[in-house]
Each structure stands twice: as structure tokens, then as C-alpha cells.
Design a protein around this ligand. Structure first.
Ligand code: ACO
Length: 703
């Protein structure tokens, strides 16, 4: 089913246009016109029941009347006819449909859309759309769309969920000088998904960067796995940042999760580079298309202006590639090409005395130095300089080094001559931007790609052992009783089945049992009410901490029962949990949710105000390895606390990362059943002293 159908979609040898027209105001006219005008070399078959000839081509009343084979069909008739036409295309043996027609799931007509997809599938036909502009391909000289012209040729390819944005970007390729090989409008994604096209384009030598405009993704986990399998850089501009569904979430983690954060985490795991806005999307596409990725953190900045050098340094820090001092030998070499009052540390200020020769020599020196992983050259326009000559010198320097595996980016700050020099550079393979921060940002995209390393699967479980059978039995018993909120005892059993370090807890059904349990656990202990009717125990006065002896335990037992009855008179009390009193430690929260797009997703944050007020959290699609979990610990803003702040020693990050990884396995493994979980608080102790989960909460999916 896979690639020959996508081959027919993107590189068809023949195309039928169903709804082709001679009326120049119709989309069916534009599509035929565009196919002819763009120089498409395959056969074009206009289909129209009323005309024998369309724009000089022989027309057929129905696709089934075409005597030759047809690879792809573009559908431009009103929605109500599309189902029947899909059936005809299936009978004809068409391999791929481009359904331009609107009026399906985007206006609530999901059923009709599903019927069309089912019909297409029953004939083994793949369907792009519906609700698309079409496909623009420079490779095939094929404008199979109602956008007016093919984009400026180039080596990026765009897949866009917005048709209007695609058309606008098509036009902007010329003003910005950023070229595209293919532009594909993916529309409602009823059949063909981002993953299908990414997979196909990953093998295409002509595409050096796959740029995605995304509103939603279907099959999120497949998206991550697909992107991980390919080498070509993938850049995503994601629209929509609402906290969908968060308000309705019952657990703490559920209320903290935001669709944006999960998407960002998923992109990171997928090795997908992100763009912040449309301009940034273009800028980063340009860099990813023209330059190799940056394989280390060492950035050198060369400039003729002190101020722009400082701005570039600021940007470098902001975008995660801070410019550190360059090695002494390189500094000494560079000093030969600047006056005494220049600066060679980094940024390298060649001063206003920099000329073509000096830019040429210093670019060559810096770019060829093994310490340098990426170079930014910033040129300020001055009355003395011929900017085109300067950039030619920079370009020549790069060529002379023969180096092809590290990136160079140029910023030209100035007026018309800066623009002209920038255009020259882009045409000769070096990205150029009109401000230092844009240049550094573009290099940061190349660094992101370099950091993602070699492709491979990510969402795989680690070597940890677990007892999922026990966990599933606990879940089955709760379901038998018609419950989705598990008690603390049940939740702990599940956590313990995944070797998570939960504090020692016993269930007592009477005061005597509680006294015996406390004896076993050892004073001091904590008492907690156990009732599936009371999920938030503290609010119900259902928790007593620091119980030192039998006398205090008896009193606490009585008051807990009384408080519970007062809080909810008809609450079914299953007993009381007698729990080891954990020593004081730093509070963190670990949790999981079942994201609608990506499935089980794990969250980490520091407890208290850090998560509640500052929302200082980080996410990953589960499961994650120990090392991925360790990198999550460094991502929160309050990461320094884990490293040991205010005179305290470092905390046991190793044990915490391992706990987080095991936790993520639990979330992934039980993902079909579990909606949300929390380990809150989870206490982290000094290095070597481990982690303790004090409270465990599991909420099952509704069935
Ligand atoms: N087989 C072949 N041809 C047919 C059939 C059929 N079964 N039925 C009708 N036709 C012909 C019509 O006779 C007409 O040709 P004519 O001009 O010679 O009479 C032609 O097909 C088109 O049919 P119309 O009924 O005239 O439909 P119209 O062109 O008005 O609209 C369209 C069809 C364009 C598909 C419309 O329904 C639609 O969906 N428009 C929106 C498209 C869109 O915006 N897509 C998303 C882009 S994304 C973005 O945001 C930009």
C-alpha cells in the first residue's frame, strides 16, 4: 500500500481532474490551467459530463471512460458528489486522490468524510485531504493545485495543514529568496498523515529540510517514531496553545498538563526542530536547507562591529549556544588581521578597519580551526565597504577550507547593499539574515539538529523488571467494583509492582489492626483515611502525621473516622492506612496523563509553588530511559535546587532519574487502563540516600 501509492501522489505519470472546467472563475479551471502552465510532463485527463474538450484537452464524462491508466485524480466537485466519484476512481484503479473539495469534517460532516475514506481504502486508494489546495512540485514541474504558480525552486519541502498559509508562503518564496522543492497541502488528514509524507520524503535526496505547519497530529506516537527514523532535518511550526482538556482533569498532574508542553516534549523526542513564528519558520528552513548541522557547542562570532557582536553573544546565550572564549592559538592568528584595539576573544571584533581581505583571512582561520563547530560572521554596512565584495571573500574563504561538515551563517546589517549581498550569499549556499540575533537563531536550529544525534527508535522500554500482572489484577478488581479512582493502598500496590520506592504502608480495618501495623512499621507513623469516596484526603481532615506512640495512634484513629464522616456522611470507609513517616526531604512531583495525541506522558516538577504557581514542569511521552529522565531533571527552571542550593549538598538525582524512568514505564505499560497518576509528594534526599514516594494516586480511564 505504502510507497507506490505515495509515488503516484507526488510523482504521478498521469492525472485526471474531476470537475475540470472551461469557466475561468472555477477552481476546476485553475487546476487544469496550472497543470498545463507549470509544464507537467504527464498526461492530463479533464473529467466533465458536459464538455468534450477542456482548455484544449480531450475531456471525458467519467473517469471510468478514460482508456488509459490514471495514477492520480484531483477532485474539484462539490462535497455531495465526492463519495460517488471516489467509488468510480476505485473502480478505475486510480492510486491516489487529491480532494480539494471542502465541506467535510471541518464543518462537522465527519460521517461523510469517513465514508469516503472507507470507500477509498476498500479499493486500496490513498487520499490526500479533503479540504486542500493541492500539491506544488518543482521536481515534477507540477502545479496540481489552485495556487497561482510554483514556488521558487529550492531544497526544502513544506507540508502544511493550512491551505492559505501554503499559498502565502508560495508567494513569499520569491520575496525572501528561500526555495522549495515541494509544497503539500495536507488538509483534514482523513487518510494520508504527516508521518506518511515524512517517511516518503525522508528518502528523497532533493529534500534537505522537511518543514511542517501543524495544527494537530493524528497518531502521535507513530509521528515520533517516524521522525526518529530519518536523517533529514524536520522543522515544525505548531499553532494552537490552549490547555485543552486540562480544566477537567482530576489529578494534580492532569491540571498541569498543557497541550503545548506535551507537543514540545514530543517534538524533542522526535528530533523535530521547532519554529516560533512564520518568519522564524522561513529563517530556520533556510539554514537547515543550506547548511550542515552543528555537531558541538563551540560557536565563534566574527564581526566588524562591537555592538552587533555583543547582541550576537546575548542571542547565543538565549538560544542555548553561548559563545565561550576561543582558544589562544586561534586568538593569536586572528590578531594579525586587526588593529591593536581589536578583540580576539569571542566575539571577535575586527573593528571598522576590517576589509574584504581581513574578513576573508579571518573567516578562513576561524572556520578551519578544529575547536570551532559553527561560525557566525556579522557584517555592518559602512561607507568604506563594498558588501558584495566582502561576502564574496567570506564565501571564497569557506570554499578554500574545503570543509563541508560544519555550518556558517552570515548577518548583514544595513540597507540595500546589505540586502543585495545577502541575496548573493543565499544564492551561493550561505544563509544570510539582516540582524545578528536572527543569524544566531538560525545556527541554533542547526545545533538542535546536531544534538538530536543519530536516528533510531526512542519510545522503547528499558531493562527494568516489573510485575505488571499484579498491577493489572489490582486494576481489574477496582473495575469489578465499578471504580475508576483507586484507593491509596491500591495505587501503592501498582507503584510497588514497578519497583517504585513507595513508603511502607499497611491497611488496617480496626484500631487494633492499626496498632499492630504501627508496631511493624515503627513509630513515628502517619495515618490516612482509605476511602474511594475521598480522593483529596487532606481536605477531609483524613491525614495525621507524626504519631509517636500507641496512645497518640488511638486518638488519631478516632478523629480520622469522625472527620471523614463529617466530610462525606455516606463515604464508604475501607479502613486506615498506617504509613512509615518519611524523613524530611525536597518535595518533587512525578505524574502521568494520557494525552489525546501522544498517549501516556510523564511529568516532572518540584513540589509546592514551583508547580502550582510557576508551572515549572517538564514532560515526555512515555516511556523514557534513565538518561532521558536525567535530562528532564535539568530542564526545569528550578533545576539548581536539585544540584544543591543554599549550602545544601546535591540531591540524589541518579535515584530520581531512575524513579522517573520506572514511573514512565508504568504509565506506558498500563496506558490502556490508566488515565492519570501522581506521586505527590515524592521526597528526594541527599546524594546516595534515594527517593521516597509518600502519596500515590491512580485514576483509571472510564470504560
Ligand atoms: N464529474 C465531473 N465533473 C462534474 C461532476 C462530476 N460528477 N459534477 C459536476 N461537475 C462539473 C461541473 O459541471 C463544473 O463544471 P462546469 O464549470 O463546466 O459546469 C465543475 O465540475 C465544478 O462543479 P461546480 O458545481 O461548478 O462546483 P464549483 O466549482 O462551484 O465548486 C469546489 C466545487 C471548488 C470543489 C467547491 O465545492 C469547494 O469545495 N470549494 C472550496 C475549495 C477549498 O477552498 N479547498 C480548501 C483549500 S484550503 C484553503 O484554505 C485555501
Amino acid at each position: 500500500m505504502k510507497s507506490d501509492h505515495l509515488q503516484a501522489l507526488l510523482h504521478p505519470t498521469s492525472i485526471a481532474v474531476i470537475g475540470a472546467s472551461n469557466n475561468s472563475e472555477k477552481i476546476g479551471y485553475a487546476v487544469v490551467h496550472n497543470l498545463i502552465e507549470s509544464g507537467y510532463q504527464g498526461d492530463v485527463y479533464p473529467i466533465n459530463p458536459k464538455s468534450e474538450e477542456i482548455q484544449g484537452l480531450k475531456a471525458y464524462p467519467n473517469i471510468t471512460d478514460v482508456p488509459e491508466n490514471v495514477d492520480a485524480a484531483i477532485i474539484v466537485v462539490p462535497a455531495k458528489y465526492v463519495l460517488g466519484i471516489t467509488e468510480d476512481c476505485g473502480k478505475k484503479g486510480v492510486k491516489a486522490l487529491l480532494v480539494i473539495t471542502s465541506g467535510f469534517s471541518e464543518v462537522g460532516k465527519e460521517e461523510l468524510e469517513e465514508q469516503i475514506v472507507d470507500t477509498a481504502k476498500s479499493y486500496g486508494v490513498r487520499l490526500l485531504g479533503p479540504n486542500i489546495v493541492g500539491i506544488l512540485s518543482n521536481k515534477e514541474n507540477m502545479n496540481a493545485s489552485f495556487a497561482g504558480f510554483l514556488p521558487l525552486p529550492g531544497q526544502a519541502s513544506l507540508i502544511s495543514q493550512s491551505g492559505a498559509l501554503l499559498v502565502a508562503m508560495d508567494a513569499a518564496t520569491y520575496t525572501r529568496g528561500i526555495g522549495f522543492n515541494e509544497m503539500i497541502s495536507i488538509g483534514n488528514m482523513s487518510d494520508i498523515q504527516f508521518s506518511d509524507l515524512i517517511e516518503f520524503m525522508g528518502d528523497d535526496e532533493a529534500t534537505k529540510c522537511i518543514s511542517l505547519y501543524i495544527e494537530t497530529i493524528n497518531e502521535g506516537r507513530r509521528f515520533i517514531e517516524t521522525c526518529r527514523q530519518i536523517d533529514t532535518p524536520i522543522l515544525a511550526l505548531k499553532a494552537g496553545s490552549s490547555k485543552r482538556g486540562a480544566a477537567a482533569a482530576a489529578s494534580h498532574t492532569g491540571s498541569l498538563v498543557g497541550a503545548t508542553k506535551v507537543y514540545q516534549a514530543a517534538f524533542k523526542q522526535a528530533g523535530v526542530i521547532q519554529a516560533s513564528d512564520v518568519n522564524n519558520f522561513f529563517d530556520r528552513t533556510l539554514a537547515l536547507t543550506l547548511q550542515p548541522s552543528m555537531r558541538g557547542d563551540n560557536l565563534a562570532i566574527l564581526t566588524n562591529g562591537g555592538g552587533v557582536g555583543v547582541l550576537a553573544s546575548d542571542a547565543a546565550e538565549r538560544f542555548g549556544i553561548p559563545a565561550t572564549e576561543i582558544p589562544q592559538d586561534l586568538q593569536e592568528g586572528l590578531m594579525d588581521y586587526m588593529p591593536d584595539y581589536g578583540a580576539a576573544k569571542n566575539p571577535v571584533d575586527l573593528t571598522g578597519m576590517a576589509n574584504t581581505e581581513r574578513f576573508h583571512q579571518t573567516t578562513k582561520l576561524a572556520f578551519s580551526h578544529p575547536w570551532v563547530n559553527g561560525l557566525v560572521v556579522i557584517i555592518c554596512e559602512t561607507q568604506l565597504l563594498d558588501l558584495v565584495e566582502i561576502v564574496k571573500g567570506v564565501h571564497r574563504a569557506v570554499k578554500e577550507t574545503g570543509i563541508k561538515d560544519k555550518p556558517i551563517i552570515v548577518s548583514l546589517v544595513g540597507g540595500d547593499s546589505a540586502l543585495e549581498a545577502g541575496r548573493w550569499l543565499i544564492e551561493h549556499g550561505i544563509p544570510a539574515y539582516n540582524s545578528p540575533d536572527l543569524a544566531v537563531n538560525a545556527l541554533a536550529a542547526l545545533r538542535d539538529h546536531g544534538r538530536y544525534g543519530s536516528p533510531g527508535p526512542v519510545l522503547t522500554s528499558s531493562e527494568n523488571s516489573n510485575d505488571s500482572q499484579t498491577a493489572r489484577e489490582v486494576i481489574a478488581q477496582a473495575r469489578e467494583r465499578g471504580r475508576t479512582g483507586l484507593t491509596e493502598i491500591e495505587s501503592r500496590k501498582i507503584f510497588a509492582a514497578y519497583d517504585l520506592p513507595v513508603v511502607d504502608t499497611r491497611l488496617a480495618r480496626s484500631e487494633e489492626e492499626a496498632l499492630d501495623a504501627a508496631q511493624d512499621v515503627g513509630y513515628p507513623v502517619v495515618l490516612k483515611i482509605v476511602s474511594h469516596d475521598i480522593l483529596h484526603k487532606s481536605d477531609a481532615g483524613g491525614v495525621k502525621v507524626g504519631i509517636q506512640n500507641a496512645q497518640e495512634l488511638s486518638a488519631a484513629y478516632q478523629s480520622l473516622l469522625k472527620n471523614a464522616k463529617q466530610y462525606k456522611a455516606d463515604a464508604v470507609i475501607e479502613g486506615v492506612a498506617v504509613q512509615e513517616m518519611a524523613a524530611e526531604g525536597t518535595e518533587v512531583i512525578i505524574g502521568s496523563v494520557n494525552d489525546p495525541t501522544f498517549g501516556p506522558t510523564v511529568m516532572f516538577g518540584l513540589g509546592g509553588i514551583f508547580v502550582e504557581v510557576l508551572e515549572d514542569t517538564t514532560f515526555r511521552v512515555a516511556p523514557v530511559s534513565n538518561s532521558e529522565a536525567a535530562s528532564m531533571l535539568g530542564e526545569i527552571r528550578a533545576a539548581a535546587i536539585l544540584e544543591g542550593a543554599r549550602g545544601k549538598g546535591p540531591l540524589d538525582r541518579e535515584a530520581l532519574a531512575e524513579t522517573l524512568s520506572r514511573y514512565s514505564e508504568m504509565a506506558a505499560d498500563l496506558g490502556d487502563d490508566i488515565a492519570e497518576t501522581d506521586a505527590n509528594p515524592c521526597l528526594v534526599y541527599e546524594q546516595g540516600k534515594g527517593v521516597k514516594i509518600v502519596d500515590a494516586r491512580v485514576i483509571l480511564k472510564e470504560v
